[in-house]
Design a protein around this ligand. Structure first.
Ligand code: MN
Length: 341
């Protein structure tokens, strides 16, 4: 069975240097970035001054795409990785830096894919700071560079994409039939403070899912999907808990306490406009929840390399109590269809 993994990260030395330089400016107080609280905190996780001894060489793995990574994929039985830039992508930078960096990352990614067309596909990096240019870059990435969608790392300087100024990005995505992977980063500046007492809570343990599920619900409540019904959003980690919430979303929505109007019920948008992946959630009861609320056609295989183990992810999906046909859909068919691989 061919296995395609769709939330697999990489970075470039240029990206790492730009992040280091931003972190240094924030630490020295020489920037009034809205992201200040975030980036200095996020930095401990993204670029620790002294990587913990047990981090398994995360940065080396992110920088290595065409070397050892291919052996790791072979050993685990992964045929193809769909690559995306590591969190927080370019979203912590000023608009100009972010836009230039995004283009350069996309060009590097396209060359990697050109050299390894059977092993890699890619999601574009775009800079929402400048929505019109981001939409143009998405179009260039899909039509000229052959990338398959985009990855956006949740908030951009504390702002969420339900703000209408960002909708030009979604208009382009819908027109191009290019899905957007809404990927976690640490909670936005206004949300992060209650996490700081227990910093581990702000990461994949809790804060990432809280941040992205809030972002997804804001997109739904804004009416975005009534305006762009063909838009597809990918959520990792089995939908950042949304499948578990579907019934209650609709139950509370129907009371209409705040007079908000949508054409459909919130859970309908989750079913129609979102797909979820297995990234970093190798747990059969979580699969069962997404499987029974959304169906196997809306679940795609992903690892979250190098933060998770490729072989654990493959063992998990192969041992899941669903039919071989459904495994085939999750591991290959759904990704081929959604990303036009
Ligand atoms: Mn990830």
């Amino acid at each position: 069975m061919k296995v395609i993994a769709i939330e697999e990260h990489f970075t470039t030395t240029e990206h790492v240097d730009a992040l280091r330089s931003l972190i240094n400016r924030v630490n020295s107080g020489s920037t009034d970035a809205m992201d200040e609280c975030n980036i200095s905190f996020e930095a401990r996780w993204v670029l620790p001054a002294k990587p913990p001894a047990d981090d398994g060489g995360i940065m080396e793995k992110l920088l290595d795409v065409e070397g050892r990574r291919i052996n790791v994929m072979d050993e685990a039985g992964i045929d193809m990785q769909v690559l995306s830039i590591m969190s927080p992508g370019v979203q912590a930078f000023d608009g100009e830096t972010a836009t230039i960096l995004a283009k350069s990352i996309n060009e590097k990614l396209a060359k990697i894919i050109e050299r390894n067309p059977n092993r890699y596909a890619g999601l574009a990096t775009i800079a929402p700071q400048d929505p019109k240019t981001a939409a143009e870059e998405l179009e260039r990435a899909i039509l000229e560079l052959g990338l398959k969608g985009a990855c956006i790392h949740s908030h951009t300087k504390g702002e969420y994409l339900d703000d209408r100024k960002y909708w030009t990005i979604f208009a382009a995505a819908e027109k191009l039939a290019a899905p957007i992977y809404l990927h976690p980063r640490m909670p936005s500046p206004l949300m992060v403070r209650p996490y700081l007492t227990y910093p581990c809570l702000a990461t994949g343990m809790w804060g990432f899912a809280a941040e992205v599920s809030l972002h997804a619900m804001r997109l739904i409540c804004s009416g975005l999907f009534d305006e762009f019904p063909g838009l597809k959003i990918i959520l990792g980690h089995f939908g950042e808990a949304l499948p578990f919430w579907l019934w209650r979303l609709d139950n509370r929505w129907q009371r209409n306490l705040f007079g908000m109007q949508l054409k459909k019920k919130p859970a309908d948008y989750v079913r129609d406009n979102f797909v979820v992946t297995t990234s970093g959630m190798f747990h059969h009861p979580s699969l069962q929840c997404a499987y029974s609320t959304l169906s196997a056609d809306r679940i795609l295989f992903a690892v979250d390399y190098p933060f998770e183990s490729c072989s654990d992810a493959v063992k998990f999906i192969k041992s899941s109590p669903i039919s071989e046909n459904e495994k085939e859909s999750i591991c290959r068919k759904n990704a081929e269809h959604l990303l036009k691989l």
